[in-house]
Design a protein around this ligand. Structure first.
Ligand SMILES: NC(=O)c1ccc[n+]([C@@H]2O[C@H](COP(=O)([O-])OP(=O)(O)OC[C@H]3O[C@@H](n4cnc5c(N)ncnc54)[C@H](OP(=O)(O)O)[C@@H]3O)[C@@H](O)[C@H]2O)c1
Length: 309
């Protein structure tokens, strides 16, 4: 437990920094609910799956291959439905959408949790910078493909990050989505996480009047496999100062789980959430004109890269 976990106070929701996914779901009976989690084989996604299953939910869990999803979910017991999803491949995303639709169940919550962080050198997918494509475009294609499958009061939860504040000055460099101009590992990760936040805000705006919700989450800073691309210097610095603020995986998964299933979050939409409460984002994270431009640009990208239906 970090120093901050020990001294932090809970916010208006009654939960806070040190709340775990187990604590936030205590007393909830989620029997009959279907929660879809991308990246359910590792880190926060795996912990969210574990706790939601413990509370009776059926978890539709994705990993890059169905075998990987099955291997991760089987030891959790309960009701699980493993699905393959490779966010970097539009064909895989569309196949995954079809596989989820074929299950024929309403999705009560969709947690777009999978992600990659801080690739040291520019890598591209289909001509676009890889973090932007994986974290944002892949999830945009996946989530928008499943909107008809969302339950009447369905909730979409998109994992963003406090790192959205590291995005470039323009927020989303719509004229540099290849990343070829001024690539920076953290800046470009920040851009992808700002895109996640703006996607949630714009989706919420489009949901108005439907009863459906969309929110973005900063989970905190947690030592997971996400740090695999960090340099050894970055990693050792994080582990040195970590005891001050690093969350446990249980604490890290709490906000996404709260947003997905807690009755206290049933009226919250279009927000940036942290520590199981609404939190201010950067100004760019509230820029709805930018959110609309990003949505239009992403639709164009999706149309261009295709992926058989
Ligand atoms: N940990 C933190 O401190 C932190 C802070 C802020 C935000 N977040 C966000 O929280 C989310 C979860 O991160 P985590 O810490 O749990 O990281 P993690 O342990 O590395 O889990 C990430 C998950 O995403 C999957 N994934 C990566 N690339 C993918 C792709 N191309 N297609 C499909 N799935 C892919 C991974 O699959 P593989 O295992 O096969 O690679 C894994 O299941 C991310 O969106 C991250 O940006 C985390």
């Amino acid at each position: 437990m970090s120093l901050l976990s020990l001294v932090s106070k809970n916010g208006p929701s009654g939960f806070g920094y040190a709340t775990t996914a187990e604590a936030v779901t205590e007393g909830l009976d989620l029997t009959g609910r279907h929660v879809l989690i991308t990246g359910s084989n590792s880190g926060l996604g795996l912990e969210a799956a574990r706790v939601l299953i413990q509370r009776g939910a059926t978890v539709i869990g994705t990993a890059r291959t169905v075998e990987k999803a099955r291997e991760a979910l089987a030891p959790l017991g309960g009701k699980t439905l493993p699905i393959a999803l490779e966010l970097g491949e539009p064909d895989s995303v569309r196949a995954s959408v079809a596989a989820v639709r074929a299950l024929g169940v309403p999705i009560d919550a969709l947690i777009a949790n999978a992600g990659i962080m801080a690739l040291p050198n520019l890598e591209k997918l289909h001509g676009y910078e890889k973090q932007f494509f994986t974290n944002h475009v892949g999830h945009f294609l996946f989530v928008t493909g499943l909107l008809n499958q969302l339950a009447a009061n369905g909730r979409v939860v998109i994992l963003s990050s406090g790192a959205h504040k590291n995005a470039p000055a323009a927020g989303i460099e719509l004229d540099n989505l290849s990343g070829e101009r001024n690539y920076g590992a953290w800046k470009t990760y920040g851009q992808s996480k700002l895109a996640n936040l703006l996607f949630a805000r714009e989706l919420s705006r489009r949901f108005a009047g439907t009863g459906k919700l969309a929110n973005a989450v900063h989970p905190g800073v947690i030592a997971t496999n996400l740090g695999r691309h960090m340099s050894s210097f970055e990693r050792s610095t994080l582990l040195t100062v970590g005891p001050l603020f690093l969350k446990s995986v249980g604490e890290g998964a709490a906000t996404e789980v709260w947003a997905a299933v807690h009755p206290g979050a049933a009226l919250i939409t279009g927000q940036y959430l942290q520590n199981c409460n609404v939190k201010e984002s950067s100004a760019l994270g509230k820029d709805m004109a930018l959110a609309a431009k990003l949505w239009a640009a992403t639709e164009e990208i999706v149309a261009k890269v295709g992926g058989a239906a």
